[in-house]
Ligand binder design. Sequence first.
Ligand SMILES: [Zn+2]
Length: 348
Amino acid sequence: MRAVTVIPGVPGSLRLLDDYPEPAPEEGPILVEALSVGVCGTDIEIIEGQYGEAPPDTDQLVLGHESLGRVLEDPTGTRQPGDLVAGIVRHPDPMPCPNCAVGEWDMCRNGLFTEHGIKALPGFARERWRLQPRFAVGLDPSLIEVGMLLEPASVMVKAWDHVDRIGQRAEWQPRTALITGAGPIGLLAALLASQRGLAVHVLDLATEGPKPALAAALGATYHSGPLDRLDLEPDVIIECTGAPVVVLEAMCRVGPNGIVCLAGVSSGGRTIDFDAGALNRTLVLENNVVFGSVNANRRHWEGAAEALSKADPAWLASLITRRVPLAEYATAYSPGPQDIKVVLDFAA
Ligand SMILES: [Zn+2]
């Protein structure tokens, strides 16, 4: 069968193989036919050789962690043939650590977890894959065009879940949320904020292209200037850019008792002249919290499936700016300036 593969650590090793082996029975009893796979920055880093790890006993890694497929067979009866499913990306570490032991693999403490398409497990960019029932998440049939957004949505459901948990330290009645960065992750964070009834602001560099209208369609206010010029004291900031200046501004600009979730990964290696004492003073005197968030566990994936099924299908579809047939796979990994989410289409 066909599969999109790389040799991790080897730039330029991206290939579409047509003789990749069928998924092994040990992967799980649920056999799934791939429909589509979302592409994100992690895939591009893996292709550039910066990241990624092949499964043991091979040097090839199948790409793809934003999955959507249709069940072909499930002898366990957990899923019916034809059901839409996505595969949970991270599997718990084998020890397991205290968090993985209770299903919180998103909070793994020892780093020995594995991840489909990223770390030691084959990804979903292959025509068929298999899942264990506990790693299969069902989707409403109406999500057939957009269900590959479940993975990025799950990451943002976790971010909001942790905002809520931190908020519970005291009386917590948030009204205003600011999302920095209007890529797919930021727009999904804004969707979840709007579903919570918050007044939503979205900040991004773009002044043209689809982002301003996508934010406006959620009822959010779109800003394209620097963060320090916004006349706003948000209760919650979800930082999705990873841009060092924006990260620092977010920490300084959140309102009293505010919560800043850092969800963007910076590349590092750049230093900034910054008044750390002033930041400390603000955080202490205003009881502010800054925390980092990555990945998601099953509870978040299920929350994401519910959130997507409640969202406007046309809005979700408009996040997908390009659908690339599998035969033209390489172009999917070269996003254009107007792209939000590019999808590899296995059904085309
Ligand atoms: Zn663990």
